[in-house]
Each structure stands twice: as C-alpha cells, then as structure tokens.
Ligand binder design. Structure first.
Ligand SMILES: [Fe+2]
Length: 246
C-alpha cells in the first residue's frame, strides 16, 4: 500500500501474516465482503480479474493465507504479496513493485466499517489488487511502473506517476467484449465506487498517458473522471513514454 504523497506518517514495517490469529469474526467479515462484491463483479468486473481470483484460489469462506497465494503466483508471474503493517513511503513502495513484491496490509476491517474504510485492509489489498498480479500483461506493467516511478526525482514527476497509478491500478476501467468493466482495486473492492464509476455521474474517458498525467485526483471522494483502457498491453506500452517524463 502506498502512503499518500503529501502525508507524513511513521514508516511501516514488513511483518508476518500470522494466519492462525484470524478470528471467526475476521473470516465472517471477509466472507460477507467477498460474497457481496463477487455477485456484482461477475457482471461488472474485468474477466482478467475474475480469472486471477480463481487462479489464486481466493475463497469466500476464509481469509486468504498469503503463503498459498504466493505459491500460486510464483508459478505464474513471479509476483509475491508481502505483508506490511501499514502505508509505505512512496520510494519504498515503488522499489517493491520493481522487484515484483506487492506490499499488502493483512488486517480485516471491522464489521462496523464494512462499506468504507479510509485506510487499506486485506480485502482492498489482496482481494482488490493481487488477482491481477497473476495476469502476465498486468504483472509486467506493474513491475515496469515501479522501475520508472523509482527514478522519478522531482515533485512534478512523482505527482505524474502517482496520477498514473491512481487512474490505473487503483481506479482503472477496461473495455472487454463491448462492455466497460472495472479492474482497479478501489473499484473492485468497493460497491459504492464501482457503481459510481459505471454511472452517469462519472465521465469515462479513453485512456491516454497525457490525459491521465494532467488529471488531478481527490482521495476519499467519489471520482467524477476516470479512464478506460483497451488492454493491459496498452498500459505497458504507455510506460515507454512515461519513462521519458519521470
Ligand atoms: Fe490500493
């Protein structure tokens, strides 16, 4: 998980998941979130996300054990979900991406905050993000993104890369077989954000690197502008130009 770029917080650390410490309530909350989102994502989620979730063995009845997930990921793309205690500073986060390591929080949100949580939890990070890491094209894009973002040295360059991350990895949409579907984790993991993204309240623009890098975003609000890609290959190729701007 990436620390917001203008907020200073104590550094987080790498931790163990300690899967045995999850309570029955944790598993029940995970199951509730999983069931609610999957029934919607079967219609509105990227097929590539659904394929990844299936390939990694994500299940409704229990919080995923990252050692199982990572064993399956290793054989597909070499990505690995690495447990962390909270937000990482941007440079450390991008360094991890360049190494195909995705920092993930491992706590389950409280039932009282089922629909909205300001900070990430395992549902956002693992259900929302990790399935696409099983997709070779997205896996290559995310690693290359990390390599370029690490090299961003000026505040303007860092902001441009943050916008690219926001409008793809977090809030991206994709055209699939004539349908506009969601793949960004903020949309995958949130019913409200997903419904907004596909509604008339959100302007959906064709993805362009220039358009994304010129578009400010606001966290903790429903998005009024998002971008739609035709494929993850399109994203990967856009990074050739991003490298010259970072
Ligand atoms: Fe995220």
């Amino acid at each position: 998980m990436l620390e917001s770029l203008n907020i200073s917080v104590p550094s987080s650390s790498f931790i163990d998941q300690d899967w045995d410490s999850y309570t029955e309530e944790d598993h029940a909350v995970w199951g509730l979130l999983y069931a609610r989102r999957m029934s919607d994502l079967e219609r509105n989620g990227s097929r590539l996300f659904l394929e990844g979730a299936s390939a990694l063995g994500l299940r409704q009845d229990r919080v995923p054990d990252l050692s199982d997930v990572n064993r399956l990921l290793a054989g597909r793309t070499g990505w690995c979900a690495v447990p962390v205690s909270g937000f990482l500073p941007p440079r450390q986060f991008f360094d991890c991406l360049a190494l195909r390591r995705f920092p993930t929080t491992v706590k389950v949100r409280p039932r009282a905050q089922l629909d909205y949580l300001p900070e990430p939890d395992i549902f956002h990070d693992v259900f929302g993000h990790v399935p696409l890491h099983a997709n070779p094209e997205f896996a290559g894009f995310l690693q290359r993104f990390g390599e370029i973002a690490v090299s961003a040295t000026t505040p303007d360059a860092v902001e441009r890369m943050a916008r690219l991350f926001w409008f793809t990895v977090e809030f991206g949409l994709i055209n699939e077989a004539g349908h506009t579907r969601v793949y960004g984790s903020g949309l995958i993991s949130s019913a409200g954000d997903c419904a907004n993204a596909l509604s008339g309240n959100c302007e959906r623009r064709p993805f362009s690197l220039e358009g994304v890098m010129a578009q400010p975003y606001v966290i903790d609000q429903l998005q009024d502008v998002l971008f739609v890609v035709d494929s993850f290959q399109q994203l990967f190729h856009a990074l050739d130009d991003a490298a010259g701007l970072a």
